[in-house]
Design a protein around this ligand. Structure first.
Ligand code: GDP
Ligand code: IMO
Ligand code: MG
Length: 474
């Protein structure tokens, strides 16, 4: 096999490092018919450790969908949408809420903090966004209660415990209760008697555990009940059987976008365990997290930055430890949308992206923040790893393997001119086009969109992708 013809000088030939099996599946994927969707639905998710720019992309695409549904995570997410000079940061509510006429659905796979939900609803109302009759919450979603946060805060700061660097929202403990079959669902939140007995029993147990393990002060169940019973009343109009709603939207010919939260490498099964979140952020989660069957998933669109970031603890093979990392952070404004934490920055990691595309069955790639690389003369891209002296382009399952990885880079040419606000692929500098094509060829998914700035309008749509989206309305 020869190197791709559009790779400019300075690009190391890496094809010989690619596994035969991979080349085969790449070919198979690329020869597949992508100009039509199997169903009028698409999953949009993050390829790495979150904050890839999913919010912006979901917002741009939401114009073409009847409904947008969140399927995993909770208010640990922070999805930024900017248009018309206005900035919105959505945590729990799908970005589709910003499109008049587009239904927004919080699926059963989400863990929902009622107070955070009501707070977000109030903020949206203040900004003039219509939520009534547009926004629906699954009656089967799990509820986050104050003891979940208490347990997480105590566990994260306890000596001898593995610190994950969580968002302190109670996400992990709420999913623990779900799997232990001791959680509270939204449908139960609406029944005062059940809510009361649940809170009393849970507080008795959790207070005892947290006191014994971490010496934390107990929570008052009576106060908690009052607060959450009041919140339940305000939430009631939004609660629905959302699996039924989504299936009926599809049965009537409507189109649905599944909005991923977090990213593939934070997925509870496929991510860098244990430094992950507690939900299924990958494409499969869209089905279990909304009650829509896998046969109704039309396509999977994976969002990747032109480089990589990560918040919190855990392995990050291509992390930059020099001043170049600080420059990326400043240029890309890489600070958590919600927590304000500085994001760790690194170079694009091709094996990781390929792995991510594989576990998600991603057919389309959306590359964001291309403009952040504008000033670089050369851009390192990781094409494989050295682990214990051996070369590999596979992602090890164990954290030790990931931590002892030495990334191998190839240097791609930078373009040293502004790509900001460019809306046509052909107008991008040649070197930027080559950078993108390299990413496409090596990752196995086709580039459908490129983002050249945070605003809705700073977007390039590629014709084949537009054709595939148009088929949603055929
Ligand atoms: P999400 O969690 O995946 O939705 O991403 P976040 O909203 O947490 O973080 C992405 C950040 O990058 C936000 O501040 C966006 O406004 C910003 N952003 C998105 N796309 C672009 C882009 O193409 N260029 C630049 N410079 N910023 C972008
Ligand atoms: P969006 O949707 C980036 C990270 C946390 C921590 C780990 C576990 O905006 O991309 P958790 O509170 O979920 O138990 O924390 O996961 N994390 C995110 N990082 N973007 C996110 O969401 C994240 N949601 C969780 O920083 O490392
Ligand atoms: Mg985010």
């Amino acid at each position: 096999m020869s190197a791709p013809s559009f790779c400019g000088p300075g690009v190391v030939r890496i094809v010989e490092t690619r596994h035969l099996g991979w080349s085969f599946s790449l070919k198979k994927q690329q020869s597949g018919k992508r100009d039509q969707m199997r169903a009028k639905t698409a999953v949009v998710l993050g390829a790495q450790w979150g904050d890839e720019g999913k919010g912006k992309i979901v917002d741009v695409l939401s114009a073409r969908f009847s409904a947008v549904a969140r399927y995993a995570g909770g208010h640990n997410a922070g999805h930024t949408v900017i248009h018309g000079g206005q900035k919105f940061i959505l945590q729990l509510i799908p970005c589709g809420v910003l499109r008049p006429g587009c239904k927004s659905i919080i699926g059963n796979g989400v863990v929902l903090d009622p107070l955070a939900f009501l707070n977000e609803v109030a903020k949206l109302r203040d900004l003039g966004v219509a939520v009534d009759g547009q926004l629906f919450v699954s009656n089967r979603a799990q509820v986050i209660l104050p003891y979940h946060r208490m347990i997480e805060l105590a566990a994260e700061s306890a000596p001898g415990r593995k610190k994950i660097g969580t968002t302190s929202r109670g996400i992990g403990p709420a999913y623990e209760d779900k799997m232990a079959r001791s959680g509270l669902r939204v449908v139960d939140l609406l029944r005062p008697e059940l809510l009361k007995t649940h809170i009393e029993a849970a507080c008795a147990e959790k207070n005892a555990i947290v006191h014994a393990l971490f010496g934390a002060a107990p929570l008052d169940p009576a106060r908690m009940y009052e607060e959450y019973a009041a919140a339940a009343e305000l939430m009631a109009p939004f609660v629905a059987d959302t699996a039924r709603l989504l299936n009926s939207i599809m049965a009537e010919g409507g189109s649905v976008m599944f909005e991923g939260a977090q990213g593939t490498m934070l997925d509870i099964d496929h991510g860098t365990y244990p430094f992950v979140t507690s939900s299924s952020a990958t494409a499969g989660g869209a089905s279990t997290g909304t009650g829509v069957g896998p046969t109704a998933i039309g396509t999977v669109i994976s969002v990747t930055k032109a480089y990589v970031t990560r918040v919190g603890e855990g392995p990050f093979p291509t992390e930059i430890h020099s001043a170049a990392g600080d420059q990326l952070r400043e240029r890309g404004n890489e600070y958590g949308a919600v927590t304000g934490r500085p994001r760790r920055c690194g170079w694009l990691d091709i094996p990781l992206l390929r792995y991510s595309n594989q576990v998600n069955g991603a057919e389309w790639l959306v590359v964001t923040k291309l403009d952040v690389l504008d000033e670089l003369a050369e851009i390192p891209v990781c094409i494989g790893y050295e682990i214990d002296g051996k070369f590999t382009d596979e992602i090890p399952a164990d954290v030790h393997g990931l931590e002892s990885i030495k990334p191998r880079y190839t240097m791609l040419k930078g373009w040293r001119q502004s790509t900001e606000s460019i809306t046509e692929f052909d107008k991008l500098p040649q070197a930027a086009q080559e950078y993108l094509r390299f990413q496409e060829l090596e990752s196995g998914a086709k580039i459908g969109m490129i983002s050249t700035g945070p605003d809705r309008d700073q977007t390039i749509m590629l014709p084949e992708f537009t054709a595939a989206l148009n088929s949603l309305h055929a």
